[in-house]
Ligand binder design. Structure first.
Ligand SMILES: CC(=O)SCCNC(=O)CCNC(=O)[C@H](O)C(C)(C)COP(=O)(O)OP(=O)(O)OC[C@H]1O[C@@H](n2cnc3c(N)ncnc32)[C@H](O)[C@@H]1OP(=O)(O)O
Ligand SMILES: CC(=O)C(=O)O
Length: 550
């Protein structure tokens, strides 16, 4: 086995600040997030593309999956930017690091960096470890020096550091000293319970840096690891860096135990784009939105639309007043150019829109309208009135871009391209004995010069309608085969009316490259679904460039 080189400095970036990712370890401690070895390898590749300095891969020896991850990583991962770190704990009380099976597993992982969680809070030493304060310091010294002797760079995660500092500052600092004196390169101060506020973090980090003499050029550095229980994980990380921390930990999308960890992308973007510290290559930061979403695909946790910088709504504008100023200069309502993090500005059209919103949205969709032209201006007013009137009835166009585009096209051309006419549709649902209920739909349409009558079966009425409609259109429009319904959402509006309430249906469709959403609103759930289905198909055929009947 090739011995890892302790002088491998790949994780050290141009600005002297480590960007240390723990998505695969602390991120994986999030409720409901479960990664296979293959998922972890895929995420590691994304993190390397993002340009982080270190990727904490997991805890080898603690479970077979993480052990296998490191074995496969050694064979399969060709990291260009990042260094892989193995996470583990100091040795057991009363034992020896050299014979501790979990410490040996860290060595066997072949990772050149080992991050050790160590106790620095007297109460945790006495009550959780159930050992003496002196033995805990010995556990740190023994484990760090053993791993350094094995050629590893050792980073120390001082667990519950801030709480421990409040209870017994001298002991918390003593735990760090034990690490430094044994060769630990990083002393990451952990806000394990996530209860700190930025001013507290700043004061403690400042004290640690000055008391232990760990300012800029010292061999060891102070790091920060924050949880988000006060909603301050990012702010606390920033405060720590301001106070002298030179190693910052976090996870992509803020995954982690309880309320999560500091979102590393937000921290990096703040450091880079707000404070001018080049902590990762600039062109890599411009991939951040794509990478954050790609990682969401792997974790199967839907992306949070309001995630700072990378969320779908991070640069989406709904209010008419905002749009009218953005028309003059996007900077008037944006804190930076979304391109810096690979995101895009979007205009949302709703009942809060004004004519400027319609003009900008139309431009985003490829229609050049000019507010100074009287005809265009009148058209924008008609579209706006139609949007507002429909939103009053339950439509919501900011969630249904494709339906808005159809409405706009209708106003522009006086009608929509007609691909088919609907004669009738109906659905029956049949339940027999213990078997699951099945639905059957019949659709009668005219497409081209022929009438098509088709039935479709499905596990629900909308599925059956979709099947029947596709079957009826397949001959005239073979392109329909590429369209797939990927999501269906129903909301009952004004529930106070019970079954008389209005139903809003949103349907998301894909053609394999793009997805779009259409909307239907009606008293009857099937009628609302049918409207959304018809718009989804119409939009799909327009996108595919299919010539209409009219
Ligand atoms: C703050 C953090 O998030 S740190 C990361 C936490 N992550 C995890 O716990 C996930 C992986 N953990 C595991 O798979 C298991 O807990 C293992 C394999 C590590 C240990 O499992 P077990 O041997 O069954 O022990 P168990 O989980 O019940 O208890 C943890 C033991 O580690 C000890 N321990 C806790 N922290 C440390 C430390 N920093 N150094 C040494 N020992 C420690 C505890 O005192 C306890 O000892 P005990 O068994 O003598 O009571
Ligand atoms: C080490 C770690 O994850 C913590 O203290 O939160």
């Amino acid at each position: 086995m090739e011995r890892p080189r302790r002088d491998d400095r790949r994780g050290d970036k141009m600005t002297d600040l480590h960007v240390y990712d723990t998505t695969l370890r602390d991120g994986a401690q999030q409720e409901g997030l479960n990664l296979s070895v293959t998922d972890k390898l895929a995420i590691a590749r994304h993190l390397d593309d993002l340009g982080v300095g270190f990727i904490e891969g997991g805890w080898p020896g603690a479970n077979p999956k993480d052990t296998e991850f490191f074995a496969r990583a050694a064979r399969e991962l060709d990291l260009r930017n990042a260094t892989l770190a193995a996470f583990g704990a100091t040795r057991r009380a009363g034992g020896a690091a050299s014979t501790d099976p979990l410490v040996r597993a860290l060595v066997a992982s072949q990772a050149s960096v080992v991050t050790l969680v160590a106790k620095s809070h007297t109460g945790h030493v006495e009550r959780a470890l159930r050992t003496t304060l002196a033995e805990n310091l010995e556990m740190i010294r023994d484990t760090v020096s053993f791993l350094v002797g094995e050629g590893r760079r050792v980073f120390l995660d001082a667990e519950h550091f801030f709480d421990g500092y409040a209870v017994d500052r001298a002991y918390a600092l003593e735990a760090l000293r034990a690490g430094v004196e044994s060769g630990a390169e990083v002393l990451a101060l952990c806000d394990t319970n996530g209860g700190m506020l930025p001013s507290q973090v700043a004061d403690v980090v400042h004290d640690v840096v000055s008391t232990l003499g760990l300012a800029d050029n010292a061999e060891s550095r102070v790091g920060i690891h924050c949880h988000n229980d006060t909603g301050c994980a990012v702010a606390n990380s920033m405060a720590a860096v301001d106070a002298g921390a030179r190693h910052v930990q976090g996870t992509v999308n803020g995954y982690g135990e309880r309320t999560g960890n500091a979102d590393l992308v937000t921290v990096v973007a703040n450091l880079q784009l707000k404070k001018g510290l080049e902590v990762i290559d600039g062109h890599r930061l411009a991939e951040a939105t794509r990478i954050s979403h790609a990682i969401s695909e792997v974790t199967n946790v839907p992306p949070y639309s309001r995630q700072p910088y990378t969320g779908a709504s991070a640069f989406a504008h709904k209010a008419g007043l905002h749009a009218s100023a953005i028309k003059v200069d996007p900077d008037l309502y944006q804190h930076l150019d979304p391109k810096g993090v690979g995101n895009d500005m979007r205009m949302l059209v709703s009942d809060m829109a004004g004519r400027a919103s319609i003009e900008l949205k139309a431009r985003e969709l490829g229609f050049d309208l000019d507010a100074s032209d009287a005809d265009d201006s009148a058209l924008m007013q008609r579209v706006l009135s139609s949007v507002k009137e429909k939103e009053l009835r339950g439509y919501t166009f900011d969630a249904a871009d494709a339906s808005f585009e159809l409405l706009l096209r209708h106003e522009l051309d006086g009608s929509l391209p007609e691909f088919f006419t609907v004669e009738s549709w109906r659905v029956i649902t049949d339940a027999r004995g213990e078997a699951d209920a099945l639905s059957e739909a019949t659709v009668k349409i005219v497409a081209g010069d022929r009438r098509h009558v088709r039935t479709g079966e499905g596990n629900g009425p909308v599925n059956a309608l979709d099947q029947a409609l596709r079957s009826a259109l397949a001959k005239a429009y073979p392109e329909i085969e590429h369209l797939e319904l990927v999501d269906y959402k129903v909301r009952i509006l004004d529930a106070a009316h019970g079954t008389d309430a209005v139903t809003r249906v949103l349907i998301e469709t894909t053609d394999g490259t793009t997805t779009w959403t259409t909307i239907g609103v009606a008293a009857n759930i099937l009628e609302a679904s049918w409207q959304a289905l018809i718009e989804s198909v119409t939009y799909g055929l327009i996108r595919a460039g299919v010539p209409p009947l009219t």
